[in-house]
Design a protein around this ligand. Structure first.
Ligand code: 5GP
Ligand code: MG
Ligand code: MG
Length: 179
C-alpha cells in the first residue's frame, strides 16, 4: 500500500515523484533554449504556486534572460471560484519583449486567459506559456499552451509548490487526493 499524508482534513498519496518532475522540467527548458536562441526572454512566474517549477526550470535555461514574479489569486480550497483578480507586481516594461509565463497548473484556464489578456494589452512582441501541469478535461476556455509538463486527470493535486489551503507547497513530490 502507498503511504499517505494528511493535510488539513484530507489524505493524499504520492502521484509523481520529484525525480520525474525534474526530468520533465529539464526537457521543457531544453525546448525553450532551442526556441529562444538569439533572443532574451523575460520570464514571468506566477506566485505562489510556480515557485518550485520556476526555480527548477531556470537552472536549466541557458539563453540570456530575465525573470520576475507576479501574483494572481483566483482559487479557494479545492474548487475554482471562477473569480480572477488583477495581476500584481509587474513593474517591468514588457512592450516589445519576448514573454514566457511560468504557471503551476492550468485547470479551467480562466486565470490564464485573464493574465494573457492583461499582458497582451501591453504589446509584448511574443507571449508564450509554460505550465507544469494541465487538466485538459477541466478546461472551460480554449487556450494555447506552448510548454506543458504533464497532462493530469481532473483530480486535485498538492505539493511541488501547489497548496491545499496554504499547506503542502513544500512537498517535493506531487501528491493526489485519495479517492
Ligand atoms: P484555473 O483558473 O485554471 O481554473 O486555476 C488556476 C489556478 O488554480 C492554479 O494556478 C492553481 O493555483 C489552482 N489550481 C487548479 N487546480 C489545482 C489543483 O489540482 N491543486 C492545487 N493545489 N491548485 C490548483
Ligand atoms: Mg497558479
Ligand atoms: Mg492555491
Amino acid at each position: 500500500m502507498k503511504s499517505t499524508i494528511q493535510v488539513h482534513d484530507k489524505h493524499f498519496e504520492v502521484f509523481i515523484e520529484q525525480s520525474i518532475l525534474e526530468k520533465r522540467i529539464n526537457a521543457l527548458a531544453a525546448e525553450i533554449n532551442q526556441d529562444y536562441t538569439g533572443k532574451q526572454p523575460l520570464f514571468l512566474a506566477i506566485l505562489n504556486g510556480s515557485f518550485m517549477f520556476a526555480a527548477e526550470l531556470m537552472k536549466s535555461i541557458s539563453v540570456s534572460c530575465e525573470i520576475t514574479f507576479l501574483r494572481v489569486s483566483s482559487y479557494q480550497a479545492t474548487a475554482s471560484t471562477g473569480k480572477v483578480h488583477q495581476i500584481l507586481g509587474l513593474t517591468e516594461n514588457i512592450e516589445n519583449r519576448d514573454i514566457i509565463i511560468i504557471e503551476d497548473i492550468i485547470d479551467t484556464g480562466l486565470t490564464m486567459v485573464e493574465i494573457k489578456k492583461q499582458l497582451l494589452a501591453q504589446n509584448p512582441s511574443s507571449l508564450s506559456i509554460a505550465t507544469l501541469f494541465q487538466k485538459p478535461e477541466a478546461l472551460k476556455v480554449p487556450i494555447d499552451v506552448q510548454y506543458v509538463g504533464f497532462d493530469l486527470e481532473n483530480k486535485f493535486v498538492l505539493g511541488y509548490g501547489l497548496d491545499y489551503d496554504g499547506l503542502g507547497r513544500n512537498l517535493a513530490d506531487l501528491y493526489v487526493l485519495c479517492e
